[in-house]
Design a binder for this molecule. Structure first.
Ligand SMILES: [Zn+2]
Ligand SMILES: [Zn+2]
Ligand SMILES: [Zn+2]
Length: 332
């Protein structure tokens, strides 16, 4: 069954219609976890080895169609306003560890470094495939963000076009670079390091902070301290630095309310469209849906219908909480 892209002429963006995904595995009992290694006497899982460190395989329920011949010739039912085309791309699953009960925060620094190496490898490999314009690495963690499997894992979507959010960041970065000759992200980072109120964690190669205009109560962005466009430019120092800061940020999240903290983690980096993007800068963004221990943030009317987030927390106070200091008095 194939996925299709349909063009929304009002918002000028593609929507992926992948109706076959409705029947995908949903929160199976632990015994039937498809991401655990295959155990003697039980049916084979996605991983046939008895153990693994990091494992990558193609998603059995892809949002994109991996078959290169998919919908060949069917440019779509373009008529008037409506356009449709095959949703060609690649969807991979990255299992962080064979241990069902771990999370990113629970991995050792060495395991995390290996994971960064795997991300780097997938970025280069998928990005070099014809027609792949953006390699989107992400993790949905926890049931509040719609996770269907508990085993610690992330995903990679290799897009056949530039996703709108990335395009918007690229456009503003390009304008800023043209106007000032500087990188918008390097400048933001310098300002956050100098100010310090929104900082959450810093090491030699990475810094994590709650953004000035955070949309989510505990949103955190992680920037490389050097001006790097993508994982392709990472050396051993960056791999170790990213591993260390991921462990620190996710550990702080888990300690905040003393629970396994749900989040979406997304990678923003240079597209693989063959163009130069001099003003773009590698970073990660965490969007946690919790705004208090027992309160979830929903993308409700204003966020979904007006495109404006309402955050009921001061970013400076969230950062202070994440740094481990007592929360100050809420400003009126
Ligand atoms: Zn498992
Ligand atoms: Zn930069
Ligand atoms: Zn970004």
């Amino acid at each position: 069954m194939s996925s299709r892209l349909r063009w929304d002429p009002v918002l000028e963006e593609w929507v992926v219609i992948a109706a076959h995904r409705l029947s995908r595995t949903f929160l199976p009992p632990r015994k039937w976890c498809p991401l655990c290694p295959t155990r003697a006497g039980l049916p084979a899982t996605e991983l046939t080895e008895p153990d693994y460190q990091v494992a990558v395989f193609e998603n059995r329920w892809p949002s994109f169609d991996t078959r290169t011949e998919a919908g060949a010739g069917a440019a779509g039912e373009a008529s008037g306003l409506y356009r449709e085309r095959p949703a060609r791309g690649i969807c991979e699953v990255v299992c962080y560890t064979s241990d069902h009960d771990r999370t990113l925060a629970g991995l050792s620094r060495r395991q995390l470094e290996r994971l960064v190496e795997v991300w780097q490898d997938r970025y280069l490999c998928l990005g070099s495939k014809p027609g792949i314009k953006y390699v989107f690495i992400f993790e949905n963690k926890g049931e509040p963000v719609g996770v269907t499997l508990h085993h610690p894992h992330g995903q990679i979507y290799a897009f056949p076009y530039l996703p709108p959010r990335i395009k918007r960041e690229l456009d503003s970065a390009r304008r800023y670079h043209r106007r000032t000759g500087q990188c918008l992200f390097c400048e933001t980072l310098a300002r956050e390091l100098a100010d310090g109120r929104r900082l959450v964690a810093v090491n030699d190669t990475f810094a994590a902070f709650v953004p000035y205009a955070a949309r989510w109560s505990y949103e955190v962005h992680v920037y490389s301290r050097r001006h790097l466009a993508s994982l392709a430019e990472f050396g051993p120092a960056e791999r170790a630095g990213l591993a260390a800061i991921l462990k620190e940020v996710t550990g702080r999240y888990d300690r905040l309310f003393d629970l396994s903290f749900p989040y979406m983690m997304v990678f923003h980096q240079a597209p693989t469209d063959g163009r130069k993007h001099p003003g773009y800068h590698f970073h990660l963004e965490f969007y946690p849906p919790l705004r208090a221990r027992d309160k979830l943030k929903y993308l409700a009317g204003c966020e979904s219908g007006a495109g404006t987030f309402i955050n009921d927390t001061w970013p400076e106070e969230s950062a202070a909480q994440l740094r481990g200091s007592k929360a100050g008095k809420r400003r009126p």
